[in-house]
Each structure stands twice: as C-alpha cells, then as structure tokens.
Design a protein around this ligand. Structure first.
Ligand code: PMP
Length: 424
C-alpha cells in the first residue's frame, strides 16, 4: 500500500506504530540477522572506556569499533581537564550561548581549532551530525545547488535536503564528473556547494582535494570538506587534508569536523572565514536555538587538541598501525576495497550473512568488529569495518588479521579457493 494517501480513508496501521510500514521494515531487516541464528551485533553494552580494547559482558575484547583514533577518550590528561572544567563551570551551559553567555573554554576551543587548521575563525556545535545539517541547511537554499559525493554521510544529505537547494550526487571521488556537471549547470544556480569528505568512513579512501579546489575555483563554487575521519588522522601532524595535500586551508571555504573522534569529545565544528563563522553564530538555527557545547565536552576537545599538538607521535603511530593492518590484510588476500592507508579498513565479505558470521566468529575469539549489512551497503558490498587506533599494538593487529583469515576460510568457499590458488 502506498504510504502517500491519495484519499482520506484512514487505515488502522496509520495510527498504530507497531503495525506501520516503517516499523515492519525495520523488523524485516532485523530478521535477516536473526535467520542466521547469530545474536544481533548492535547496541553492545561496553562496561568501560573503549579504545583498542572494550569490556563487554565482563570479558575484554580487542576492539576495532571505536573512532577513538588517538586514544583521547580515557586519556588521563583529558579526563583531568574535564574534571577541572566541571568543577569550575558545571556540567551544562543550559541555554544558547547567544543569549545566556559563553564560557572561556568555548572561546579558547574555537580559537585553538581555527589556529590548528589555519582558518580565520571557527564555531562549535553540540553534535557532528547537527553541524552538517544546520550549516548546509542554513547557508544554501532554493535557487542553489548542493553537489555531493555519491557516498556522502547521512548528515550531509540531511543538510542538503533541509536547504531546499537542488541536490546532485557525483560519482565517488570523481572530480572530473563534478567539473562536467558544473560546466553544464553552473549558470542555472545562484550559489553552488561542492561537499566531499576527508576520509570516507565506509571505504577508508579519500578524494584528491587539490583537484576539487581547482574545480571550485574554476566554477566559483563553495567547497566544503567534512573531516570527521581525517582530522587528527591525516597529515604528519594530524591537521587533516590541508596538511596531507599541502593545500592552503583558505582555499577550502568550509572545513567541517567532529569533536567525537580524534578529539575525544562530542560535538562538531565549522572552520573558515570570519564572515562565515560570524554569520553562523548569529543565524544558524542549530547554534542559535540550541544549547552551547557543555563544559566537559568543550574541555575534552580542547585538552585533546592540545595533547595532539604536544604529542604528534600519536598521529605517526596511528599511521604506522593503519599501514600495517592494510598490508597484512592484503598479504592475506582479504578484500579491503578502496582502503588507502587510512585508519578505516573494510573487509568485504560478499554478502550480509558472511559479514555476520565473520563478526560473530571473531567475537567468539575475543575480537570486536562491526559488520555493515544490507541495506546500509549493497548486499554484495557487505563488510566488516575495522577502525584502527594509535593505541593498538602490533601484536593485536597481527593476531586480528590472522584470525580474520582463519574464520573466513571456515565458511567462505571463494576465499578458501583463493587461498589455495595463491599457495600453490
Ligand atoms: N560526518 C561524517 C563523515 C561522519 O562519519 C559522522 C559520524 N560518524 C558525522 C559527520 C557525524 O558526527 P558525530 O557522530 O560526531 O555526530
């Protein structure tokens, strides 16, 4: 039955959520997991700090499910800064910073982020998702166009939808296709936004940012880079894609990032020109009509950023761990897709059931890694996704890749044949 009624007849399921099409679809997807007879691997309850390890059900696991890339969440220096901030400022700022005032740590954090990235200013929001949603949704509108990578994160798509601008995806990382669309259509729109991500969290690859800068300059468009997974992880000092590619940070209009990953906190930021930041501070609904970042979250992000600058060896260790994991996985003939020496390494299993079984087999062996199942990705692209951190040890990485190979060989005839063929 169509969900869009073209007449006014009311069906019982329209007001019983348990019978609604949306809820039944969710149940159907969960049954895919249940059919395999394996426990549903979502909403695991962790009983302590999650970094290279996680305690689940009283047992310690080697963990590859957290974006705690630099080990900042749980770091004693960061924890201490948070405790001091709570003692000094309390746990909440209780209202919008515009009306009820801001704390010194907000000002310090925004200055520190802008200085680190190399922009004039920055603004912090309470969530990474809402940062994208409110920024894209607010800066662009009807008569504009948002051109985004086909694998864009949900928060970018939600922002684009909210904006009312025309939305147009371009093939993944394909700056030439983006250029061609603009050659054809640029003149039809007032403002155009090109959005890419620093590192793609499903595949662990990244775009050629300098090429996107050329495209944006050629067509007088705005360029936004979502650095959720590249800030703190890319570039020798973790300054993200501008450092990795040696791009002038001012050539990108909007640098977006989250505070939840390398910065061990919760929230998001936009870094850019003082005009864009000022405009967002006075007018972006997700900032003006929302509470300011809480003191513990602001303090955690500020302390993490300071620690990252004092200890760049964390970034180097993360790079080393990421390269080792990928190299071993490739040697073991695992299908790591597009992953390109970033802390995100998928192992593509060919279907959802294999992903579930592999994840379960590893869990039984004390390794926690998340399966990504249809419909989050195409069925044939179902995978496990490993997030590497600076705190993983070489031993943990070697043990894990060996365990993946052994588990996969138990039930995937394609992988087993491949292994035999390469051995002979
Ligand atoms: N952008 C990207 C690319 C992400 O992967 C995420 C979350 N993983 C977000 C934005 C939202 O960030 P947060 O979880 O901090 O809200």
């Amino acid at each position: 039955r169509s969900v869009r009624p073209d007449h006014y007849e009311v069906h019982p399921e329209d007001y019983d959520f348990a019978e609604s099409a949306d809820y039944l679809r969710l149940q159907q997807n969960l049954r895919i997991a249940q059919r395999s007879g394996l426990p549903i691997p979502f909403f695991n309850v962790h009983e302590g700090i999650t970094n290279d390890r996680a305690v689940i059900g009283g047992k310690e696991y080697i963990n590859f499910c957290s974006y705690n890339y630099l080990g900042m969440s749980g770091d004693p220096t960061v924890t201490q800064a948070v405790q001091e901030a709570v003692a000094k400022f309390g746990t909440s700022v209780s209202a919008s910073r515009v009306v009820s005032g801001q704390k010194t740590i907000h000002v310090q954090l925004e200055r520190a982020i802008a200085d680190f990235i190399g922009t004039e200013d920055s603004i912090v929001f309470v969530g990474g998702h809402s940062t994208n949603e409110t920024t894209i949704g607010h800066l662009f509108g009807a008569g504009d166009m948002v051109l985004h990578d086909s694998l864009s994160h949900n928060s970018i798509l939600q922002g684009a939808m909210l904006s009312g601008a025309r939305r147009r995806p371009f093939p993944h990382n394909d700056w030439k296709a983006c250029d061609e669309i603009l050659t054809e259509l640029r003149h039809e729109y007032h403002k155009v936004l090109i959005v890419v991500e620093g590192v793609y969290s499903m595949d662990g690859d990244y775009p050629d940012v300098p090429k996107f800068v050329e495209v944006k300059q050629r067509h007088k468009a705005y360029l936004m880079v979502d650095e959720a997974h590249s800030m703190g992880t890319m570039g020798p000092h973790g300054r993200g894609m501008s450092e990795h590619f040696e791009v002038d940070p001012r050539d990108v209009d909007i640098w977006m990032g989250t505070l939840s990953k390398s910065f061990g906190s919760c929230g998001g930021y936009i870094a850019g020109s003082k005009e864009i930041v000022e405009y967002l501070k006075y007018t972006a609904p997700g900032f003006v009509y929302s509470v300011g970042l809480s003191p513990p979250n602001a303090a955690a992000a500020l302390a993490s950023l300071q620690l990252l600058q004092e200890e760049p060896e964390r970034v180097a260790q993360l790079g080393k761990n990421s390269r080792l994991f990928l190299q071993l996985a490739k040697e073991a003939k695992l299908d790591t897709g597009l992953s390109n020496n970033t802390p995100v390494v998928p192992v593509i299993t060919g279907n959802s059931e294999n992903a579930l079984r592999l994840s379960h087999g590893l869990f039984e062996r004390g390794i926690n890694v998340q399966p990504i199942l249809y419909p989050a990705v195409e069925e044939s692209a179902a995978r496990l996704r490993f997030f590497i951190t600076s705190t993983h040890t070489e031993e943990q990485i070697r043990q894990t890749v060996a365990a993946v190979s052994e588990e996969l060989a138990k039930f995937d005839p394609v992988y087993e044949r491949l292994l035999r063929a390469t051995a002979s």
